[in-house]
Design a protein around this ligand. Structure first.
Ligand code: GLN
Length: 281
């Protein structure tokens, strides 16, 4: 078959399977298989695709049709242009989290010392820790996760981006006993209320690690923990910056106030939903 035919057939199939943006997804899969940037497909619509590659594309489209995330099929996700290895052991980095990274960067630029210490709570793929390390070449980062297999992925990503020597990976349930104080505590913790996980899209529900999603009965378990335990990790003038889910801003602001944090107004994401809170002491 030719490039365009494969795209059209794949898109029709994915549409029947309820996959969002079926045409785009088909193009991304075929581009991956052919080893081309997606837009190059447009210059090659009439090109016949060799049988082995057609077969490979068909297999990936079939798996996408079972709602396996595209990032798992191609084995990576992009975070501010950095390729992060991903698999079932880590949450796929989301575009909203890039915004958290950007806000964290803006804050760190105002930090007086030249080797800021950063704590990334629930590092998952390591995207935040690694991107911040790449932005601040002298920063030292403590990246914590409860999952040893996630930490293995994160460490691999850190090496791949040449920042492995400045990130310490630590397996821990919650924050460990306080160590060297940090300019920034950053986290995109699991925040889905346990009972809502069953209602999520199959790509998320069946393929992101449950531990990376489940925030306890009301989704706020990790914020409560951070509100209580993070002050001991924060250097004077430091900030905690947190991502959270739709509709959680008021509750999280409340529980931070309860632990005597000074909380800034919530920052909206690209679709206008409140998404990030910054707080200090
Ligand atoms: N910090 C990682 C991310 O933002 C993982 C978050 C998580 O597993 N909840 O993608």
């Amino acid at each position: 078959m030719k490039v365009l035919e494969i795209i059209q057939k794949s898109a029709a199939f994915l549409e029947r399977k309820g996959v969002e943006s079926p045409r785009l997804q088909s193009e991304l899969i075929l581009a991956h298989v052919l080893g081309l940037p997606r837009l190059q497909l447009y210059l090659n619509f009439e090109r016949p695709v060799p049988e082995a590659q057609e077969e490979k594309a068909r297999e990936l489209v079939r798996r996408r049709g079972t709602r396996e995330p595209l990032q798992h099929l191609i084995g990576s996700a992009s975070f501010w242009g950095l390729e992060m290895l991903v698999n079932r052991d880590v949450l796929i980095p989301r575009p909203e989290t890039e915004l958290l990274g950007e806000r964290a960067r803006d804050f760190l630029r105002t930090w007086p010392g030249d080797t800021p210490r950063i704590l990334d709570f629930g590092t998952g793929s390591g995207c935040l820790a690694i991107w911040l390390a790449s932005q601040f070449p002298t920063a030292r980062i403590l990246a914590i996760d409860i999952s040893p297999v996630a930490l293995a992925v994160a460490a691999q990503n850190a090496r791949r981006h040449g920042v492995g020597d400045r990130i310490e990976f630590c397996q821990h349930d919650g924050l460990p006993a306080p160590g060297e104080p940090c300019a920034l505590v950053v986290s995109n913790p699991p925040y889905i209320p346990s009972a809502e996980i069953a209602t999520l899209e199959p790509e998320v529900r069946d393929h992101d690690p449950r531990a990376a999603l489940d925030g306890g009965p009301d989704g706020l378990d990790h914020y409560r923990h951070l509100a209580l335990a993070a002050p001991a990790w924060l250097a004077p003038g430091g900030r905690m910056m947190l991502e959270f889910g739709d509709g959680q801003a008021a509750a999280i602001t409340g529980l931070l106030h309860f632990q005597k944090w000074i909380v800034e107004p919530p920052i909206p994401d690209y679709s206008g939903r409140e998404r990030i809170l910054a707080a200090g002491r």
